[in-house]
Design a protein around this ligand. Structure first.
Ligand SMILES: [Zn+2]
Length: 497
């Protein structure tokens, strides 16, 4: 049975539409990347994780995906940040690109196929501005270039804003005046800005200056994906003005539709407010990753549909890690049960493929991450049932079913970017983190375990139980396995933090 056709919620149409690649079997996707003037926060990380999983899923369905995610490394915020640190703006931007790469590595994000930077695409940006001037929709004014919004018919079609509702954009001149008077109409926006003294600049036909924010994405998306491409993504806050302006620029330049489908990820809330640098309520990705596993963070992001708001608290992250450790324990147990064994050919119990079918149903329906996780969770429940209370007696049937389910976990988890680690190694790393967080004396744990072994050898079971209780009081749970006693930190206590 082939998986269901994929439907995607298109912000422009305000409904789910069938995914219909321009070139059969291929997809081009452009995602607006970070403005690199500081460390990325969890809200940004959620958006990039959503598109990471979307790209992974599309590839798993056999599409040849070209994934482009840019770096905005020329921007007013970068100039301002550099003035504060005393660095050259480009040096500051390059430093934060490197920090971004380090941080997202902890989330196991796949590398985009192209990560273009503004600073290396000035010729393309200048060329598209020239085209807009030639097409009569942009004009030069005192070294700046503006897009004349009223000349573009479809302006407002993505954000559903009407021209007369738009706030006028203003720009401060040295001395506190604004450049309003340089624009023909108040809602016109800058394509090129003449540099003030001391600001970084590039030569252009109009002035030594720098591009406005929006034009870079029009220039770079058409360079790498063509004038019309399949999917364009970003956070919800980019719909207006950024994406609205991208549409105006690209479509006024080419006369073609910019992209077939606009996808927007929702916000991450911290105590009821959207996490954003301007609100000052940000949690850096880096700080979150210092406290918990990147995969647990990914699991937490996937617990909610990408178009829904997600609330965040330390407890929710800790709970996600606890849930993930339960899954990893299941995998470890399964691997120990099936490793190196041959269960032969023959029937399996139940219908292992039903979980995979459900997973695809969910992911095909506008990438329903939480539904997909529920299918994966069902798979784990089935594995646990077969390991702990097998509903069938035939050990070969149980073994074959476990092998089939384990393989399904591998396939589905790789689509979500989960369970890429060796279970024992992951669990040990988590234990080490919890040991540090809870200040557990591991030498004492080892000593108590050795005493308990001795008590058991001497058949003093009362003493062995007492020692187990003493360990429990230290938040340590003992597990007796065929290979000897192992231990873990009791996770429910962690979740109370
Ligand atoms: Zn963009």
């Amino acid at each position: 049975m082939s998986p269901p056709a994929i439907r995607v919620f298109n912000t422009l149409a305000q409904q789910k539409v069938p995914l219909a690649p321009i070139v059969p079997g291929k997809l081009g996707i452009y995602v607006c990347g970070p403005t690199v003037y500081s460390f990325i926060h969890l809200g940004n990380a959620r958006t990039f994780t959503s598109f990471d999983v979307i790209v992974r899923y599309l590839r798993s369905r056999g599409f040849e995906v070209r994934y482009v995610r840019n770096f905005t490394d020329v921007d007013d915020k970068i100039i301002k940040a550099a003035q504060e640190t005393g660095e050259a703006p480009q040096a500051l931007a390059d430093r934060f690109i490197a920090e971004f790469q380090k941080d997202v590595a902890g989330l196991h994000l796949i590398e985009p196929d192209v990560s273009p930077k503004v600073s290396t695409h000035l010729p393309e940006i200048i060329a598209i501005i020239q085209k807009l001037i030639a097409n009569g929709v942009a004009y030069e004014s005192n070294g700046d270039v503006y897009f004349q919004v009223s000349k573009f018919q479809g302006y407002g079609k993505l954000s559903r804003k009407k021209l007369d509702e738009l706030e006028s954009g203003t720009r401060e001149l040295a001395g506190g005046d604004t450049l309003k008077e340089l624009k023909r109409e108040p809602y016109d926006f800058a394509l090129w800005k003449a540099a003030k003294p001391g600001e970084p600049s590039w030569p252009s036909p109009w002035s030594a200056g720098r591009p406005g924010w929006h034009i870079e994405c029009s220039a770079m998306s058409s360079k790498y994906l063509g004038e019309t491409f399949d999917l364009h993504g970003g956070g919800l806050d980019l719909i207006f003005p950024h994406h609205e302006n991208e549409i105006a620029q690209s479509e006024a330049a080419s006369g073609k539709t910019l992209c077939h489908c606009w996808m927007h990820g929702n916000f991450l809330d911290l105590e009821g407010a959207k996490m954003s640098k301007s609100l000052g309520n940000v949690v850096r990705l880096r700080d979150a990753l210092a406290k918990l596993d990147g995969e647990a963070l990914r699991y937490f992001f996937l617990s909610t549909h990408y178009r829904q708001q997600l609330s965040f608290s330390d407890k929710m992250l800790a709970d996600a890690e606890t849930r993930l450790s339960y899954f990893y324990e299941t995998l470890k147990k399964t691997d120990e049960r099936v490793a190196g064994k041959d269960f032969g050919q023959g029937p399996v119990h139940g219908e292992p493929e039903r979980f995979e079918r459900e997973f695809h149903e969910q992911m095909s329906d506008d990438f329903n991450f939480s539904g997909a996780l529920a299918a994966l969770s069902g798979l784990f429940n089935e594995v646990n049932l077969l390991c702990d209370k097998p509903p069938v007696k035939d050990k070969a049937v149980v073994g074959r079913t476990l092998v089939a389910l384990r393989a399904a976990v591998g396939r589905l988890a790789s689509v979500l970017g989960l369970f890429q680690d060796e279970p024992a190694a992951w669990l040990l790393r988590r234990r080490e983190r919890l040991v540090v967080a809870r200040g557990i004396d591991t030498a004492k744990v080892d000593a108590l375990i050795a005493q308990r072994q001795a008590a058991r050898a001497a058949k003093d079971f009362a003493e062995a139980d007492r020692l187990r209780g003493e360990l429990k009081a230290m938040n340590v749970e003992l597990m007796d396995t065929p290979a000897g006693a192992t231990w873990k930190v009791i996770p429910t206590l962690q979740a109370e933090d």
